[in-house]
Design a protein around this ligand. Structure first.
Ligand code: GUN
Ligand code: ZN
Length: 432
């Protein structure tokens, strides 16, 4: 018999895991339901019946979650934690929105105490919404990266983040240079990458705010550290795409501004990617770069409609993200609801199994963390949430009519918020 350790915990409820992709064939067939999951030393040990788990770990602590849905914590593949305090700013489109609201707020992150305050606030808000892992932009200030990794480390979370690099088309005080962007990024990467559950992501903001020299320097840094993720923005709004064409007259298309400078790769995360030309789609698919869908942002800033089903069907890797604070919510439930609505507007009603997969396994795979986070599978890190599927009177009365799991969970996807998040475990440790 396996020795019992003090850290063994059995969670009981409806345990949801994925054994395949719900975008290959019948979506429901990709999912599996169990009665219980055993957590040992911060990792998923096994799932099965309650009796099986108790036999495997007779001395384990039992945590009964009733009929809550127990699943992997949400993975948010594209956020800007420094935009926490200006989320939901009214009335602008992308470039105006950056200049009017985003850049003035990001200017404040040279102050280490302010950065620490917002980093902690952001991680607490997102944990309360069931998000256990995420990939964040910081600001140009190294202090903003220090603050974020320090706050995530204190909470034991697996996060990805990097210093946002910008050396043009941003205000005085919010610009680095090609050289200082490279140097500061390299120093931060050396200090934080691979420490505990923290990973550095090389972060040129987007082509309009970097000179070709800066993109080249970021490409060189990535070539020196190919195990790092690289995150940026791509083809979010039509006037942005036109601007990029005028700034980079030699480029074949927007993606080529990255490709020509060593910034196209399988570990690349390309936020938004709405207005892709055929060549861009072909190259992204060939290389295996990830498209990160940010649905609440795309409606809020008026960017446009990303066709999730079409992109996945053509073989792209797609993750899901809030894009806080261009996105209008910290909640991945709200984000799945927006993805569903955009799916309806682009011709596909995404199945609840597909939405939950995008918010967990799909996003984890874009971060090259499949099998590590985002699923309840043996050996994975035990970042887990318990969802109350009847968290408000409106949801409860709809839930009462449900004939199967998917009908039971869909009202929470569409109408749920942080009240649906009953408990969150990070590496097996309860957080709420
Ligand atoms: N493109 C460049 N920077 C940003 C940003 O902060 N948010 C969004 N939504 N798009 C961007
Ligand atoms: Zn963004």
């Amino acid at each position: 018999m396996t020795p019992v350790t003090a850290t063994d915990t059995i969670l009981t409820g409806q345990v949801l895991s994925y054994t395949g992709s719900p975008f290959d064939g019948d979506p429901a067939a990709a999912a599996r339901l169990d009665e219980a999951v055993l957590i040992r030393a911060g990792r998923i040990s096994a799932s099965g019946t309650r009796a099986e788990m108790q036999a495997a770990a007779p001395g384990a602590q039992l945590s009964d979650q009733g009929d809550a849905l127990i699943m992997a914590g949400f993975v948010d593949a594209h956020v800007h934690y420094p935009q926490t305090a200006m989320i939901a700013s009214w009335g602008k489109r992308l470039i105006d929105w950056l200049n009017s609201y985003t850049f003035p707020e990001e200017m404040r992150f040279g102050n280490a105490a302010y950065a620490a305050d917002i980093a902690g606030r952001y991680l607490d808000l997102t944990l309360a919404n069931g998000t256990t892992s995420l990939c964040s932009y910081c600001t140009i200030h190294p202090e903003s990266v220090e603050a974020f990794f320090t706050a995530a480390q204190a909470r034991g979370q697996r996060v990805f983040a990097g210093k946002t690099c910008m050396d043009r088309n941003a205000p005085e005080g919010l610009r680095d240079t090609a050289q200082s962007g490279y140097d500061d990024s390299k120093t931060l990467l050396g200090k934080w990458h691979g420490v505990d559950r923290l990973s550095y992501a090389i972060t040129p903001r987007f082509s309009p705010t970097s000179t070709p020299e800066q993109l080249e320097a970021m490409g060189a840094l990535w070539a020196e550290h190919p195990d790092c993720l690289m995150q940026t923005h791509l083809s979010e709004q039509t006037d942005e795409v036109e601007w990029v064409k005028s700034l980079y007259p030699q480029a074949r298309d927007y993606l080529d501004t990255y490709e020509a400078h060593g910034l196209l790769g399988a570990r690349g995360l390309y936020g938004h990617a709405i207005y892709l030309e055929d060549r861009e789609r072909d190259r992204l698919r060939e290389v295996g770069g990830a498209l990160i869908h940010c649905p609440t942002s795309n409606t809020f800033i008026g960017s446009g409609l990303f066709n999730t089903a079409a992109r996945i069907a053509e073989g792209q890797r797609v993750g899901l993200a809030t894009d806080t604070g261009g996105g209008s919510s910290f909640s991945m439930l709200r984000t799945m609801a927006a993805a569903y609505e955009i799916g309806q507007l682009t011709g596909t009603a995404l199945h609840p199994a597909q939405l939950l997969w995008l918010a967990t396994v799909g996003s984890a795979e874009t971060l090259h963390m499949g099998g590590v986070i985002g699923n309840i599978t043996p050996g994975a890190e035990a970042d887990v949430i318990a969802l109350d599927l009847a968290s408000t009177p409106a949801i409860a009365q709809r839930h009462a009519q449900a004939k199967d799991l998917w009908e039971a969970v869909f009202p929470t996807i569409m109408m749920g918020d942080d009240r649906a998040i009953r408990q969150v475990w990070v590496a097996g440790r309860p957080m709420l």
